[in-house]
Design a protein around this ligand. Structure first.
Ligand code: 0RA
Length: 655
């Protein structure tokens, strides 16, 4: 780009570049086609559509700060200090470029191949879609010393673009209110927005991001709830953050950056003493959950360079084990981020990069730096190689242990664990299994259940912490073996990778049922960690749930009510005492554990599909989930308890 073009005041960008393509009516007719869905996900997607444009301004070198506001009525403002959307009159349509960007589909206007775009990436449909799906939108542009404004309703301008003042700054401020007739829910979640903004801060080092929630005022400071994100270290800080409760094997993460054929590469990687592989990948700031050619290139380089290094130094022959490529990735945490001018996305959820040229480019860049690192840092190299050898040994032990479990379950006929009280139904789609904490609660659940479709599997006390255990230990653990065989799933090795075979899954609802106290939350988290690490497809399939037993029973005489939180309890007490203070005939029973309920109570509060509350577990944000589980179950103890208690309160009710 020439210097002249970089001047935000120049009209060189040319309002002419913006093409008119499609009407916004189509977007309102079929919103799902454009933003994926009209549920909470689609609602939040609107924010990313606008923020992505601001990020593009950052990538182009103009924007240093992005502020997002959630207003009390759940409208949103995104403010940036980029160049500002051009406002000049476009020759062809005889309209302001701003109006065209806001009202014409795919008129982002930035068809410059030298710059990378986030917008127009995965779902990228442009800000005009946000406009079409908003009952009200206002765009304010600071550019060329002036302030311009235009307002819209369901995508239609209420007046032409006009000047409303002067300004010595550049930037764009977009405020929109999602159309309540289109979205199932119009309530924004602070945490959802915060998580992605945090990720964007790591991915775009130097950029300042801030989220302010005007719906919530801090009681002490009297200020709005607000959070700021900024990272100078970028991806290096990102992997350090991900591994902050694990024990590092390297002094600091290895950082790789390079550019070839217009593809920009940035990678940060480190090793920890744990057993998990955590590679997260991005293309133009978009999380590629299914990986793709960039991840393939990264893995290829890792295997090639370490194998060469081990062979050259005779390290593997000495150890007398066969090394598989998996072994090079045990305890690895890495972020692979590429910027590709014209990314092709494929795969089920379009979360996989397809551009084949990227594999070689990433592989070369990563290989060169890694090779250099190993040569320069023999001590750290040795630590990694030792870890790889350990991984290979453990993998072979795990394969044996797994075979044993899986073969045994075939040999013993039905193969079902003795502890399982199965249901009569053999139809997985209507069958449920409750994983219950402790034998005694298990007994109550067994009495209380509807045996037609509800099975009970009691689990003894604390189950193994899989975050800290080696894989073979997991298959040797009695409780975990029972879970595998009861559910009817198995782990198989396909092309050297472990995959979960769910073809014979026996229940479409797997419900974790633990006490409603801190210990119970801890056990729930242990079980969740196990599912997250070893049965993720079960979570992704939407089969995993958490039961919510009530916390209180408030009674007066023969009348009573169950309460799931303090507000409900207060309501119930007020109701029964009818304003009378200290009414001693109102009795509050606090349930500390499932054991305090009898079978009938457990059924009506927690197991009866018509009255119970089940929370569906989802793994939407794998990055955040990984960090959470490593924090809860990993090496550093202190942050845990607090976190569990905090999150017990905020857990979402889904089903
Ligand atoms: C069209 C062209 C240019 C920038 C933008 C749109 C733009 C859109 C948004 C949406 C939110 N913030 C934004 N910032 C910029 C290029 C501008 C130029 O070449 O001067």
């Amino acid at each position: 780009m020439s210097e002249e073009n970089k001047n935000p005041n120049s009209e060189n960008y040319g309002a002419n570049n913006i093409q008119a393509l499609e009407g916004l009516e189509a977007v309102r007719m079929r919103p799902g086609m454009y933003i994926g869905s009209t549920d909470a996900k689609g609602l939040h997607h609107l924010v990313w559509e606008v923020v992505d444009n601001s990020i593009d301004e950052h990538l182009a070198g103009y924007c240093t700060q992005i502020d997002v506001f959630i207003h009390p009525d759940n409208s949103i403002t995104v403010k940036d200090n980029g160049r500002g959307i051009p406002t000049g009159i476009q020759d062809k349509l005889k309209k302001s470029a701003l109006e065209i960007v806001m009202t014409v589909l795919h008129a982002g206007g930035k068809f410059d191949k030298d710059t990378y775009k986030v917008s127009g990436g995965l779902h990228g449909v442009g800000v005009s879609c946000v406009n079409a799906l908003s009952s009200y939108l206002r765009a304010e542009v600071h550019r060329e010393g002036k302030i311009f404004e235009q307002e819209y309703s369901i995508g239609k301008p209420l007046a032409p673009v006009h000047e409303i003042g002067i300004s010595d700054k550049n930037g764009t401020i977009v405020t929109f209110k999602p159309d309540a007739t289109i979205f199932e829910s119009t309530v924004y979640e602070f945490d959802v927005l915060a998580k992605r903004l945090k990720e964007l801060a790591f991915l775009n080092k130097g950029l300042y991001l801030q989220l302010t929630d005007e719906r919530e005022v801090d009681e002490e400071t009297k200020e709005f709830r607000s959070i700021k994100y900024h990272s100078e270290g970028g991806l290096v800080e990102f992997v350090q953050y991900l591994d902050n409760s694990r024990t590092a094997l390297l002094e600091k993460p290895i950082h790789i950056s390079g550019k070839e054929e217009n593809v920009e590469i940035e990678v940060a990687l480190t090793y920890n003493t744990g057993y998990q592989e955590n590679i997260f990948s991005f293309v133009n700031n978009i999380n590629t959950r299914e990986g793709g050619t960039h991840v393939a290139g990264f893995r290829r380089a890792l295997t090639r360079v370490f194998k060469q290094y081990g062979d050259d130094n005779g390290l593997f022959t000495k150890a007398k084990v066969n090394i598989a490529s998996d072994d090079f990735r045990e305890g690895l945490t890495a972020i692979v981020s590429v910027k590709v001018p014209e990314p092709q996305f494929k795969g089920q959820t379009k979360g996989e990069l397809g551009n084949s040229e990227v594999t070689g480019i990433v592989s070369r860049a990563v290989g060169d730096v890694l090779k250099f690192f190993l040569e320069e840092n023999p001590n750290q190299a040795k630590r990694i190689v030792e870890k790889v050898i350990l991984a290979a040994t453990a993998r072979q032990a795990a394969e044996k242990a797994r075979e044993m479990v899986q073969r045994k379950s075939v040999l013993t006929g039905s193969g079902l664990p003795g502890k399982l009280s199965d249901c009569s139904s053999k139809d997985p789609s209507i069958s449920e299994v409750f994983l219950v904490e402790g034998d005694s609660a298990g007994g109550t659940a067994k009495q209380g259940r509807d045996r037609n479709f509800q099975a009970i599997l009691p689990l003894r006390g604390k189950i193994l912490n899989v975050e800290k255990a080696m894989e073979h230990k997991i298959y040797e653990n009695e409780e975990i073996k029972n879970i595998f065989t009861a559910l009817g799933v198995s782990i198989q090795v396909v092309d050297g990778e472990r995959v979960l075979n769910m073809e014979k899954l026996r229940y479409h609802k797997v419900v974790i049922m633990c006490d409603a106290d801190v210990d119970g939350s801890h056990i729930t988290t242990l079980i969740l960690t196990f599912f997250f690490r070893y049965m993720k497809p079960l979570i992704e399939g939407g089969y995993l749930y958490i039961a919510a037993p009530p916390l209180y029973r408030v009674a007066k005489g023969k009348e009573f009510r169950y309460c799931w939180n303090d507000d409900e309890r207060k309501d119930a007490v007020e109701n029964y005492s009818k304003g009378k203070e200290n009414d001693t005939s109102v009795k509050i029973q606090r349930y500390k554990g499932l054991g305090e309920m009898n079978a009938e109570q457990l059924w009506e509060t927690t197991m009866d599909p018509t009255t119970r509350i089940l929370r569906k577990v989802n793994a939407d944000n794998a990055i955040e989930a990984d960090h959470t589980f490593s924090m809860l179950m990993g090496d550093e103890v202190p942050p845990r308890r607090e976190f569990i208690e905090e999150n017990a309160k905020y857990a979402k009710i889904d089903a």
